[in-house]
Design a protein around this ligand. Structure first.
Ligand code: HEC
Ligand code: HEC
Ligand code: HEC
Ligand code: HEC
Ligand code: HEC
Ligand code: HEC
Ligand code: HEC
Ligand code: HEC
Ligand code: HEC
Ligand code: HEC
Length: 326
């Protein structure tokens, strides 16, 4: 009467629900296949569940790796519901037709590219248990729209990463398998300490989807940056408009060959927006004043450039800080 443990509250509840529970339990006992989610009824060509012992007769080798995973622990030792008890078939679907005809590729859900199960069918298997939460925005997300399956990043058949059942040893390596350009960005002269292991892609991104662009975890670029650089949020008495608008006006999010992840080297960084007729800055930095430009280089612009005087570029709380000099 193992199944009754699933319904402890119902047992002490109304008589009507008690009767209902018994009816449900007997249905489960009589026909194990009906305990599967409704959507999975016609799965694998209408096959029935045969139990993991049968799978292991032929797939004993894969079980050696699988038994070290979190799913194996939960499904075998600490099942919370009927779905989890069916172990292998919880993900691969019912296996009766497959064990009769191993070559029939529509008789079992396979998660490898070679097997050819449609991606939507694969993800549906995982989502029966993992819908919502972090995967709230999976449908329609960039990765889902790129025809990616959960198994492009996850390999639940072996414990390769410390957490997350990933395909590679770390989150970053998993992402880099496809995002080579980002690998290069994080190798630039100044970069977020991702390769140093101090943070990972999922500190800023949710690979399962998000309502904002570039799969960011928060509503906007700035909110993402504030989660760690809270002091840049302010409030400031004197705000610098582009800082409030978007950190990426001046910084790259991943890495850059200029100091402090700047998009452009100062003073040109500032001169993109502060040009002629807008105060002194253009004349301070005209071509003739650059080394080799003909005139004498202006000593005030050496090394640190504009920040020599405007040191509080992110905003100032000093009463006299309207020009971000203090
Ligand atoms: C009688 C032996 C046998 C039994 C029983 C059996 N399989 Fe298989 N299975 C095979 C063989 C052989 C293949 C490879 C077929 C091929 O490559 O054409 C296979 C392929 C698979 C694949 C596809 C692998 C891929 O390339 O993606 C999955 C998934 C799978 N089996 C899962 C199961 C599960 C789950 C069970 C238990 C419900 C099970 N099998 C029972 C023999 C068996
Ligand atoms: C949590 C979901 C899940 C469970 C439970 C699960 N599998 Fe898998 N299985 C997968 C995924 C995902 C892949 C594809 C892995 C990859 O990308 O290489 C896979 C791949 C396979 C393969 C083909 C690749 C290989 O490693 O040879 C076989 C065969 C297989 N599983 C059998 C089983 C058997 C037998 C069990 C039960 C002991 C089982 N699976 C339990 C999800 C699962
Ligand atoms: C029958 C339900 C069920 C199915 C189907 C299922 N899982 Fe899980 N999964 C669980 C449970 C239970 C846990 C344990 C942690 C928890 O409670 O969330 C878990 C944990 C995980 C974790 C977290 C591992 C960790 O180290 O924290 C990942 C990743 C995961 N599953 C991926 C998958 C993928 C990918 C698939 C499809 C191939 C899949 N799951 C199918 C029930 C399921
Ligand atoms: C683009 C790569 C990628 C794809 C695709 C992907 N995941 Fe993940 N997933 C990750 C990473 C990275 C983590 C974080 C692992 C960690 O924190 O150790 C994660 C964590 C998880 C977790 C554990 C955390 C939690 O939310 O409970 C589950 C469960 C999970 N993924 C399920 C899925 C399922 C189901 C799918 C398919 C619908 C999927 N993932 C698709 C990369 C991916
Ligand atoms: C199997 C290949 C693959 C893996 C692995 C992968 N991605 Fe992607 N990713 C893609 C594809 C394809 C796109 C969309 C096309 C493109 O790159 O322009 C994409 C797009 C993105 C985008 C841009 C989204 C947008 O809407 O602009 C982000 C951010 C991203 N991936 C982050 C990650 C992270 C973080 C991981 C690791 C957890 C990861 N990806 C792993 C293939 C992958
Ligand atoms: C410090 C936060 C942060 C980290 C860590 C981070 N990203 Fe991003 N990433 C961003 C932001 C912000 C954007 C948005 C750029 C934009 O809006 O133009 C972005 C954009 C992207 C894009 C879209 C293309 C592009 O460059 O605009 C991809 C792909 C991507 N990131 C992948 C990754 C991968 C892979 C990792 C881990 C190796 C990673 N990111 C780590 C913040 C981060
Ligand atoms: C998960 C935490 C985290 C998030 C989110 C984050 N950062 Fe960082 N950032 C760091 C850490 C850690 C360092 C390294 C500090 C150190 O080494 O002293 C750093 C360093 C920097 C630096 C200085 C780099 C250097 O060479 O000294 C800049 C600029 C920066 N971040 C900008 C941003 C921007 C812009 C965003 C949003 C796109 C952002 N950060 C999001 C953690 C974060
Ligand atoms: C108008 C251009 C500009 C904008 C916009 C901007 N920054 Fe900066 N940031 C700079 C400059 C210039 C430096 C280098 C300061 C120096 O010389 O040390 C810098 C340095 C940094 C540093 C490292 C030194 C420090 O002060 O801690 C961090 C972290 C940082 N910025 C985060 C941010 C965040 C977060 C945002 C968005 C809220 C942002 N920045 C927006 C220009 C900008
Ligand atoms: C993306 C455009 C942009 C960039 C890049 C930029 N600024 Fe600004 N800055 C502005 C805007 C817009 C204002 C507000 C002007 C206003 O209120 O009239 C401003 C205001 C200022 C002010 C105050 C001027 C005033 O009239 O109140 C100073 C000083 C300043 N910026 C210095 C800098 C320095 C130094 C840099 C380089 C580190 C820089 N800015 C980079 C757009 C930018
Ligand atoms: C030697 C110190 C010094 C340097 C270097 C410097 N500034 Fe200034 N900046 C000032 C002073 C002083 C003012 C005037 C403050 C006032 O009038 O209240 C000023 C004013 C400004 C203003 C406001 C102009 C206005 O019309 O009110 C902007 C914008 C500005 N600077 C941008 C820059 C930029 C961009 C750079 C680098 C290209 C730069 N400054 C380099 C000292 C400097």
């Amino acid at each position: 009467m193992n199944y009754l443990r699933t319904f402890p509250t119902i047992r002490v509840g109304l008589v009507a629900s008690y009767v209902g529970a018994i009816a449900l339990v007997s249905t489960i006992l009589a026909k194990p296949s009906t305990s599967a989610p409704a959507a999975a009824v016609a799965l694998n060509g209408g096959a029935t569940y045969i139990g993991e012992a049968d799978c292991l007769v032929c797939h004993g080798n894969v079980n050696k790796q699988f038994s070290h995973t979190l799913h194996a622990d939960v499904f075998r030792l600490n099942q919370q519901n009927e779905k989890e008890k069916i172990t292998c078939e919880a993900c691969h679907g019912p296996g009766s037709k497959h064990s009769e005809d191993k070559k029939n590729r529509s008789a079992i859900v396979g998660f490898t590219k070679e097997w050819g199960t449609p991606v939507a069918e694969q993800t549906a298997m995982c989502l029966t248990c993992h819908q919502g939460g972090q995967r709230m925005f999976w449908p329609g997300s960039t990765h889902a729209n790129s025809q990616m399956s959960c198994s492009d990043c996850h390999n639940p058949m072996a414990k390769i990463s410390a957490t997350g059942l990933l395909k590679k040893q770390s989150i970053n390596e998993t992402c880099y398998t496809c995002h080579q350009q980002q690998r290069a960005e994080f190798s630039k002269r100044s970069h977020m300490p991702v390769n140093e292991g101090k943070m990972s892609c999922v500190d800023c991104h949710n690979p399962h989807g998000s309502p904002s662009k570039a799969l960011l975890k928060t509503d906007s670029v700035n909110e993402t940056c504030y989660t760690c650089h809270a002091e840049k949020r302010g409030p400031f008495l004197w705000e610098h408009a582009p800082v409030r608008d978007n950190c990426l006006s001046c910084h790259n999010a991943h890495g850059s060959n200029h100091v402090k992840l700047l998009t452009v080297a100062p003073p040109m960084l500032c001169q993109q927006c502060h040009g002629n007729g807008q105060g002194h800055q253009a004349s301070l930095f005209n071509a003739s004043q650059i080394v080799g430009g003909g005139g004498a280089p202006n000593t005030r612009i050496m090394s640190h450039s504009c920040q020599n005087c405007h040191s509080q570029v992110h905003g100032s709380n000093h009463p006299g800080g309207a020009r971000f000099q203090r």
